[in-house]
Design a protein around this ligand. Sequence first.
Ligand code: AMP
Length: 217
Amino acid sequence: MRIVFLGFVGSGKGTYSSRISSDLGIPHISIGDLLREIASKKTKIGREVKKYIEAGSLVPDDLTIEVIRQRLKKSDCKKGFILDGFPRTINQAISLEKITKIDAVINLIVPFRTLIERLSTRRVCRKCGEIYNLKSIKPKKKNICDKCGGELYQREDDKPSLIRKRIERDKKTIKLLRNFYKEKGVLINVACRKSFIEPEKMVERIYKAMKKHNLKF
Ligand code: AMP
């Protein structure tokens, strides 16, 4: 099962794909996490990637595509994978077609107002990347990750001015990507209007939509 999660920042791509990844036993590949890891290194390329992320801009396609190409070559992807945050441009989608076949694209439809509300209350574990929300997915202990005990923090790009910029940035391309995958017959729409919803409920909704599309998993 080779799945892509498509949606704006704050639509829940990371939260749902990490849960579905453990259910199905296939890796969850977050391009944002991979790029943040590169950005944390004190190399020329690391410093360059950091600049793009901190500005809320997309990292250039050639580098991003290469990162995904290398990741998909690893043996844990043989049984399938879930891509989170990739592709984000048509050029990336076309390159992905050349790398591998995609069986399903889960298109998360969430109102813009909801995205902003969710992102401003999002917290992430510094150590393992687990995603929390101060209103809906609260950690048991304040600011501590339930999974690994790491410290929770607010991403620099989850601050209000950058949230709007990132949403605006993706408006045109998400529309294009939805059409691209609709034409290929792999687009599966899953809507959620609520600001805060238990992830398990959304995951159930996603499985139901996948079954309706006759996907075996
Ligand atoms: P995310 O964790 O998905 O919100 O991504 C964090 C940041 O990584 C984005 O704001 C971009 O700077 C960069 N990024 C994520 N995905 C992509 C992509 N597909 N292409 C280029 N840059 C990306």
